[in-house]
Every structure is written in structure tokens, then in C-alpha cells.
Design a binder for this molecule. Structure first.
Ligand code: 13P
Length: 266
């Protein structure tokens, strides 16, 4: 049984004050919601990914709270002359549990390649695994219009799969984020998203059906409190990677509510 994961990507937003307030506000609300639910406990996982300079503050704020902390990027090397970069052992030392890899903004604006992303992924899952990677994949509007969605997502996935192998994928999370749905208010329909999620799972299953069935695949792109339930209800959608709506307690908790509700029906 896969547990839903509701993840917030704060991108380059926030402040020290907001970091503490958002994490404590989310924790308070989701625990209260859970205590009133049928299960009487949190039936899904929560992750927030603030900017790197706030990670330590976020880890402190999340102590004893039901919120895991993740970074938005990492360098593939453990140390060295890489000015401005942050290494995995540093994130692990801080207490980060997750790291986003290959977000479309990193691919597009910072020209990260499939190979670089695969190298970062390999560094995350090298034994003993230090941090759980959240591998982001997704097509642009042009690529979708050309009917190349599966080709693009397949290529992005294969770049990692071929480098690390399916056994090393099993402790990772995948996030399908169609670029045309990010920050646009235009969400993929539940059917459109499900179609790509099923494709991703089938691609993983070609290597190992059991691992494919156990992996969480999140949807990202204009997820809001009012569309989360329909998206998360799809058989291959295991939660969301949330941008804009992750910056306010109410909107993020509204999305968490959908996860709690669906988990109770499962
Ligand atoms: P929005 O939810 O703002 O569309 O952003 C999605 C995203 O990029 C999360 O990583």
C-alpha cells in the first residue's frame, strides 16, 4: 500500500519567519485534522522544501512535527571546488530527508542535463542511502502538442534508470510535472495526469514489477485544494508536488485534507 506524499516546493520564496510559521501552522492543522479523522492519525506523509539557506531553521521547526524537510537541489560531488554549490553530506548532516532533482526550472533556466541529474540521483542513492531523491520529469507544451510526452518523460526516466538500475530506484520518489501546468493555473486533467503516471509505472515495471508497484509517483502543476482530491483519486497518483499553494498554511492544508480523506477510503 503506497502512502500519499504531499510535498511543498517553496522555490525561491520565504523568509526565516515564514519558514517557522508555515511549518508550525501546517503541523498544527494537519494533526488536528488527523485527530478528527476516522483513522485518528496522520495517514499520509508531508514534506516541505524551502530554499537552502532556511533548511537548518526548517529542520529545527519540524522537530517532533509530522513534516519532513527536503532541499531543492544538490551537487553530485561530496566536496570540492564547486563555488556556490551544496553537497549531499551537508544536507544529510542538517537532517534533510529528501532532495528535489531535475525540476523543470533547473532543466530550463539552469540548463541541467539528463546526465547531470542522473549523477545527482546516483549520489543520493549510493549505499548507504543518505537522502531520498524526488526525480522530477515532465514535457513542455510544444512537446505535448507534438505527441512527444511519453518520449520525453521516458527519456528523462531512462537517463536515471540506465545509470543506477531499478534496485536503486526503489527508495526514490518520482514527480510528474508537465511544464505547461506549472505556475499557470492550468492543471492537467486527472485523466491526462493518470495516463502519464501509468506510463511511468509501466516503464518501471519493465524492469521490476514489484518495485514499480511500490514507488510513489507525485503529480505537480497547479495543484490546489479544490482539484487535489480528483487528482489524488487516480490509481497511479500518490500525492502532489505543490508550488504556489504550498506557501500558505490554508491552501497547503487544504491539499493535505484530500490525502487524509482518500487514505481513509482506501
Ligand atoms: P505550481 O503548483 O505553482 O504550479 O508549481 C508546481 C511546481 O513546480 C512544484 O515543483
Amino acid at each position: 500500500m503506497r502512502r500519499f506524499l504531499v510535498a511543498g516546493n517553496w522555490k525561491m520564496h520565504g523568509s526565516l519567519e515564514m519558514t517557522a510559521e508555515l511549518i508550525s501552522g501546517i503541523s498544527r492543522s494537519v494533526l488536528e485534522m488527523a485527530s478528527l479523522s476516522e483513522q485518528r492519525e496522520l495517514a499520509y506523509d508531508i514534506l516541505v522544501c524551502p530554499p537552502a539557506v532556511y533548511l537548518q531553521h526548517a529542520v529545527s521547526a519540524a522537530q517532533s512535527q509530522p513534516v519532513a524537510i527536503g532541499a531543492q537541489n544538490v551537487n553530485a560531488h561530496d566536496s570540492g571546488a564547486y563555488t556556490g554549490e551544496i553537497a549531499l553530506p551537508m544536507l544529510a548532516e542538517l537532517g534533510c530527508d529528501y532532495v528535489l532533482l531535475g525540476h523543470s526550472e533547473r532543466r530550463e533556466l539552469f540548463l541541467e542535463t539528463d546526465v547531470q541529474i542522473a549523477d545527482k540521483f546516483a549520489a543520493c542513492v549510493a549505499e548507504p542511502q543518505r537522502i531520498t531523491p524526488v526525480l522530477c520529469v515532465g514535457e513542455t507544451l510544444d512537446e505535448r502538442k507534438q505527441g512527444a510526452t511519453e518520449q520525453v518523460v521516458g527519456r528523462q526516466l531512462d537517463a536515471v534508470l540506465n545509470q543506477v538500475g531499478i534496485q536503486q530506484m526503489k527508495n526514490a520518489v518520482i514527480a510528474y510535472e508537465p511544464v505547461w501546468a506549472i505556475g499557470t493555473g492550468e492543471t492537467a486533467s486527472p485523466e491526462q495526469a493518470q495516463e502519464v503516471h501509468a506510463f511511468i509505472r509501466a516503464r518501471l515495471a519493465e524492469h521490476d514489477a514489484e518495485i514499480a508497484a511500490s514507488m510513489r509517483i507525485l503529480y505537480g502543476g497547479s495543484v490546489k485544494a479544490d482539484n487535489a482530491e480528483l487528482l489524488f483519486a487516480q490509481p497511479d497518483i500518490d500525492g502532489g508536488l505543490i508550488g504556489g499553494a504550498a506557501l500558505k498554511v490554508e491552501s497547503f492544508v487544504g491539499i493535505c485534507r484530500a490525502a487524509q480523506k482518500l487514505a481513509s477510503q482506501a
